[in-house]
Design a protein around this ligand. Structure first.
Ligand code: LLP
Length: 460
């Protein structure tokens, strides 16, 4: 987090609390989130996008709760002027429990259950993002039964897939999400409408005709960990092209356009993401140009960043346990020594290494960093050799049992992807601010895990 520093004893201080105090109070492994850092990143998105799109239109920033959600985090987002994006009934329940205004909540998901849809409708949330024609029909029916009109966005696949520096434009998307803009092979071609006969076009027509659906607009999400604006620009231009065709054919200007999340962060020194302002300005330019070309008003814009708000605000603290030194072959055939530093967590609290080959950095956090350093690999305590938290990092040779290590940029998709693999209890999540810490999510206990086992429960 931006507010991290070292005290005069060399201890890392997060939100005004030093890491040894945090570990003593809450144990390790421990997820620590700086509330101020979360809030200022949230605010930066709102300011950057609102400024870039002013005066033509307003922007809603939805915090993507899948990155990390708790009632406090949802409230922080709401207090900073964000809406909350949820991707399941469980996430929706947290947003509602946090008393986020229902009109400022969205619900995603490629396979929503009827129960999830009904819950969203009854709560009166601001938008349901429909992912398929099947779902659109079910939303209409369920809204009819509930006696309401469902506010709906359509999730489209604009054929742009972006990741970090690159975006790849493909003709059609081979993925489970969303409605394709590519006409089906048996569709009649239409000179004026390149989208005619595509699932996206059918969905728009169904939604416009459906009695219990209010079609708010179009949505897309083009990828993760994106650094450059071009992918967003290309996707926006495609969806605006479709908005133009909808206007031409049906005389309606759909009022909203959601360009999803995926804004990248720095996990290691190799990553250099742009400030939200740079993305916002480039995107606003592209949106204006595309809307001018179609002769439509600039729609209300929304985005859904998750990682870029909570990722850098979070740090995981671990205690060092066993270490061993091995000799390995270096890149040019030389012999290198590598130290394996095992910590008291691993792939159950940070699955991203195993899932995505993700890389992190780490620092010795509980004391001054002095002397020589050794190439180290931070591994967990799970029974898998892929259980790696940080692949390559130079740590002081004096690193010893019980030293605290801090792994930055773990606020997003670490707690939310955590598991009980090997029956490790999931760590607590604490927030730090102004020299104090408070628990957001309690540490799981062994008893809570064992209680799910009927044989164990039968004994009491
Ligand atoms: N909106 C939609 C529709 C999404 O599917 C996602 C992420 C987001 C917003 C937020 O994306 P963000 O700004 O956080 O990148 N577990 C993976 C990331 C999966 C993201 C899935 N969708 C990881 O740890 O890298």
């Amino acid at each position: 987090p931006a507010d991290a520093h070292r005290d005069d004893q060399g201890r890392l201080v997060l939100g005004g609390v030093d890491v040894e105090t945090l570990a003593a109070q809450h144990g390790t492994p421990l997820y620590v989130i700086s509330e101020d850092d979360f809030r200022s990143r949230a605010r930066a998105f709102v300011e950057a996008f609102s400024e870039a799109f002013a005066p033509e239109t307003d922007v809603d920033v939805f915090y993507a709760g899948k990155a990390f959600l708790s009632t406090h985090a949802a409230r922080w987002a709401a207090e900073e002027g964000l809406c909350v994006d949820t991707a399941s009934g469980g996430e929706l329940a947290v947003a509602l429990a946090a008393e986020v205004e229902p009109a400022r909540i969205g619900l995603h998901g490629n396979n929503k259950s009827d129960a999830e849809i009904v819950r969203a409708l009854k709560a009166g949330i601001g938008r349901i993002i429909a992912d398929s024609l099947d779902e659109l029909a079910r939303i209409d029916q369920l809204a009819r039964s509930a006696g309401v009109t469902a506010p709906v966005m359509l999730r489209l696949t604009p054929g742009v897939h972006a990741s970090t520096h690159e975006y790849i434009a493909t003709a059609h998307e081979d993925q489970k999400f969303g409605l394709s803009l590519t006409p089906s092979s048996d569709a009649d071609t239409d000179q004026e409408n390149p989208y005619a006969g595509s699932p996206a076009w059918s969905a728009v027509e169904h939604a416009l005709a459906a009695e219990h659906i209010e079609l708010r607009g179009l949505h897309c999400h083009i990828g993760s960990q994106i650094f450059e604006p071009e992918g967003f620009e290309v996707a926006a231009a495609k969806l605006i092209g479709l908005l133009g065709r909808v206007r031409a054919r049906h005389g309606v200007e759909l009022p909203e356009l959601d360009l999803g999340g995926g804004h990248g962060i720095a996990y290691t020194e190799a990553d250099s993401p742009r400030h939200p302002r740079q993305i916002a300005q480039a995107l606003a330019g592209a949106v204006r140009t595309a809307c001018d070309a179609e002769g439509i008003e600039v729609p209300r814009i929304s985005i859904e960043p998750g990682r870029a708000i909570v990722g850098p605000a979070g740090v995981t603290l671990y205690r060092v346990g066993v270490q061993k030194d091995v000799q390995v072959d270096g890149p040019s055939g030389e012999t290198l020594s590598r130290r394996y530093v095992a910590v008291d967590g691993g792939m159950s609290d940070n699955a991203r290494g195993v899932l995505y080959d993700a890389d992190y950095s780490a620092v010795l956090a509980g004391r001054k960093v002095t002397g020589n350093h050794v190439l180290s690999r931070i591994v967990g305590k799970h029974c898998e050799s892929g259980d790696i938290v940080v692949r390559d990092v130079y740590l002081p040779t004096t690193t010893a049992r019980d030293d605290l290590l801090a792994v930055p940029a773990t606020g997003a998709y670490c707690h939310s992807l955590s598991s009980n693999y090997n029956l490790l209890a999931r760590p607590a999540v604490v927030a730090v601010k102004d020299g104090a810490s408070r628990v957001l999510i309690r540490r799981e206990t062994e008893e809570q895990m064992l209680r799910r086992d009927t044989g164990f429960a039968a004994q009491d």
